[in-house]
Design a protein around this ligand. Structure first.
Ligand code: APR
Length: 320
C-alpha cells in the first residue's frame, strides 16, 4: 500500500522539525514546501541522508511549487513569520494573514481532500482565515495549540510532583494567547484531579497558580530565551500527535482549535476545545461542563479571538 503523503507548508524551524519527525516515525512521505528556494530542498536532502542511520524509510522532496503537494493526505502549515522578543502573537496578524491567503489557495487547488493542521500564529484567527481562503470543509481544517499548551502544563506539573509525564493529563482550552484557559479541575495525575492533589498536600494553591501562569506564558518564555525565534520542538511534536491520530484513525481526544457550532455557546467559531480526531478529521467537539468562573474565562478568551477575526476582516475585505 502506498505511504501517506504529508505536505509541510513552511520549511522553517517547525517545518524542518516536522519533516524529521514524520520520517523518524515513518508516518509517510514528505513534501516540504517554502517560498525561500533552497531551504526546503536542503532540509529534505539532509533528512533523507539521515535515513540509513535513523533507520527509516521515507521519501522527502523539497519544493517551491504547489503542484508537488498534489493529493496530500495531510497538510501542516507553518508558513509565515514567528515573533521576536517583546512581540505578542497578535502582532503577526497582518503579515501572516497574507501568507494564509496564498497557502489556502495552494491547498485548495492541489490537495482539497487533505486534513489541514495550522500552526501559524496568531493561531485561532489564522486557522479561521485559512479555512475561509481554502474553502475546505470545517472538519478538515483545524489548528494546533491546545495539545502544545496542555503539554507545557503537563511538563510543569510532572516536574512539580516528580512523577512521570505519562501519568499527567491536562486540558487547556480557549484561544492560544494570554487568555488561554488551563482547566485545573479536568487536569489529573493518574485520574486524581489537581484540586484533590492540593488538598492531599502534594502541592499548594500558590504553586498551582504559578504553574497555570507559566503555562499561559510558555511561548513567551521560549521566545525570550531564544532571542531570535519561537518554540519549535514541542509545537512540531504536538502537531504530529494530531496528524497521527487522523492518519491511523486513532480517535484521540485532543484539545485543538476547531470549528465549534452549537457547543460552548458558540455558533460557527474557531477556538480551542476538546475534540476527537479520526479518519473524518475533527469527528467531534467534546462539550464539557464548565463552572461559571471557567465559562467566564472561556468567554473572555473567545472575545479576544473575535477581536482578531474582526481585524482580519478589516485588513482583507474578501473575508468580511
Ligand atoms: N509561503 C510559504 N512559506 C512561507 C511563506 C509563504 N507565503 N512566507 C514565509 N514562509 C516561510 C519562510 O520562508 C520560513 O521558512 O515560512 C517559514 C517560517 O519558518 P520560521 O521563520 O523558522 O518560523 P517557525 O519557527 O517555523 O514558526 C512558523 O509557526 O508557531 C508559529 O508563531 C510561529 O507563525 C510562526 C509559525
Amino acid at each position: 500500500m502506498a505511504r501517506p503523503k504529508i505536505a509541510l507548508i513552511g520549511a522553517g524551524q517547525i517545518g524542518g522539525t516536522l519533516a524529521h519527525l514524520v520520517a523518524l516515525k515513518e508516518l509517510g512521505d514528505v513534501v516540504l514546501f517554502d517560498i525561500a528556494d533552497g531551504t526546503p530542498q536542503g532540509k529534505s536532502l539532509d533528512i533523507a541522508e539521515a535515513g540509513p542511520t535513523g533507520h527509516f524509510d521515507a521519501t522527502l522532496k523539497g519544493t517551491t511549487d504547489y503542484a508537488d503537494i498534489a493529493g496530500a493526505d495531510v497538510c501542516i502549515v507553518t508558513a509565515g513569520v514567528p515573533r521576536k522578543p517583546g512581540m505578542s502573537r497578535d502582532d503577526l496578524l497582518g503579515i501572516n494573514l497574507k501568507v494564509m491567503k496564498s497557502v489556502g489557495e495552494g491547498i485548495a487547488a492541489n490537495a482539497p481532500n487533505a486534513f489541514v493542521i495550522c500552526i501559524t500564529n496568531p493561531l485561532d484567527a489564522m486557522v479561521w482565515a485559512l479555512r475561509e481562503f481554502s474553502g475546505l470543509p470545517h472538519e478538515k481544517v483545524c489548528g494546533m495549540a491546545g495539545v502544545l499548551d496542555s503539554a507545557r502544563f503537563r511538563h510543569f506539573l510532572a516536574s512539580e510532583f516528580d512523577v512521570s509525564m505519562k501519568d499527567v493529563t491536562a486540558f487547556v482550552l480557549g484561544g492560544h494567547g494570554d487568555t488561554m484557559v488551563p482547566l485545573t479541575r479536568y487536569s489529573t495525575v493518574a485520574g486524581i484531579p489537581l484540586p484533590d492533589l492540593v488538598e492531599m498536600g502534594w502541592t499548594t494553591q500558590e504553586k498551582m497558580d504559578a504553574i497555570v501562569q507559566r503555562t499561559r506564558d510558555g511561548g513567551a518564555e521560549i521566545v525570550g530565551l531564544l532571542g531570535n525565534g519561537s518554540a519549535y520542538y514541542a509545537p512540531a511534536t504536538s502537531a504530529i500527535e494530531m496528524a497521527e491520530s487522523y492518519l491511523k484513525d486513532q480517535k484521540r481526544v485532543l484539545p485543538c482549535a476547531a470549528y465549534v457550532d452549537g457547543a460552548f455557546g458558540l455558533d460557527g467559531f474557531y477556538v480551542g476545545v476538546p475534540t476527537v480526531i479520526g479518519k473524518g478529521g475533527i469527528e467531534r467537539v467534546v462539550a464539557i461542563n464548565l463552572t461559571k468562573d471557567e465559562q467566564a474565562m472561556f468567554d473572555k478568551s473567545v472575545d479576544a479571538v473575535k477581536g482578531l477575526v474582526a481585524a482580519c476582516k478589516e485588513i482583507d475585505g474578501s473575508l468580511a
